[in-house]
Write a protein that binds this ligand. Sequence first.
Ligand SMILES: *[C@@H]1O[C@H](CO)[C@@H](O)[C@H](O)[C@H]1NC(C)=O
Ligand SMILES: *[C@@H]1O[C@H](CO)[C@@H](O)[C@H](O)[C@H]1NC(C)=O
Length: 295
Amino acid sequence: MGSLLQPSNFLLLFLLLCMMVIYFLTKGVEKGEDNFFLNHVHVHDDDQHMHAHTSSSSSSSSHMELSWNIFFHKDDLKLGKKIPLYFPIKNSSFTPHMISKQESNSIPFSSTQLNKILEFFSFPKDSPQAKAIQHTLTHCELPPLKGETKFCATSLESMLDNLRQIFGLGVNFEVLTTTPMKNLIPNLQNYTILEVPKEIIATKMVGCHPVPYPYAVYYCHGQVSDNKLFVVSLEGQDDGQRVEAVAICHMDTSQWDPHHVSFRVLGFEPGAAPVCHVFPRDNLVWVLSSPSSAT
Ligand SMILES: *[C@@H]1O[C@H](CO)[C@@H](O)[C@H](O)[C@H]1NC(C)=O
Ligand SMILES: *[C@@H]1O[C@H](CO)[C@@H](O)[C@H](O)[C@H]1NC(C)=O
C-alpha cells in the first residue's frame, strides 16, 4: 500500500492503527455472538436499495425516530445557523470486530452458502441473527444502480483493495469521519455551526457504513451524481459538545423515492431542494486526497 502511506495521510494511518489494535484486542471471530444486530440503525438516504426498508419501517407519519435527526436543509449550512442533530453512539461491546482478509476468506460470504454460514456461527435458521445475516447478504448482492459503484468489504484489506480499483492505481485517497472533540454523550439538541462550512472537493467519493453481521462488514458505495461534501464544526447548544461532522448535500433528489424519510423530516417533495445530512460516526467517507494535502 505504498502510495497510501504518505505522511499527510495521518487520518488513514490512524484508522488503520485503530483497526489493528481492535483486531488484536479481540482475537478473531467468536462464535454465537448474540448482539451484533441490536444496535444497527438504517439511515442512509443515498442508498436507494434501503429506501423501502427505511420508509416502510414506520407507518405513522407523525412518528419521528431519533436517528432521523441527521437531515437538514442546505440553506441552514451557514455560519451561526442552528440545526437539530442526534449523533448516536454504539455500545462497543455490541460492535462486531474487524477480521483479517485471511480469516474472512475462510468463511463463506454468499446467500447461496447461508446454511454453512449459520452453522459456522451456530445460529438457528429462524433466529433474528439468521435474518440479519440473510438481509445483509442479499443487500450486498444486489446489482449496483445506474451510475453507482458498490461493494461489501469483509475486511479492511478488501475495502482498500476495492477502493484502489475505484480511485485508480497510484492515486492517494483518504478517509473522513464525523469526530467528536471529546466523549460524546448522545443527546438530541440544536448544534450551532461555528465556522464557515468547509467544502471538500471530492470528484470521487465512496461512503462505507457498517451493516449487521457477526463480524465487521462495511457496505460501500459511491454515485456519480451531484453531491457536495462538507466538514462542519458544530457546538451543542445544551451540553457544549463540539463535533467535526462530515456532511453531504445531494443536490438533485428528483429521482428519489418520495417515501424516503428525508422528505418527511425536511418537509418537501423529491427534486424541490437539496437533501443534506451529517454522517454517523461509524461511517467512513473515502475521497481522493486533495493535491494540497497529498504532498
Ligand atoms: C454496554 O453493554 C454492556 C452489556 O449490556 C453493559 O454492561 C455496559 O455498561 C454498556 N456500556 C456502555 C458504555 O453503555
Ligand atoms: C432547536 O431550536 C428551535 C428554535 O429555537 C426549537 O424550536 C427546537 O425545539 C430546538 N430543538 C431542540 C432539539 O432542542
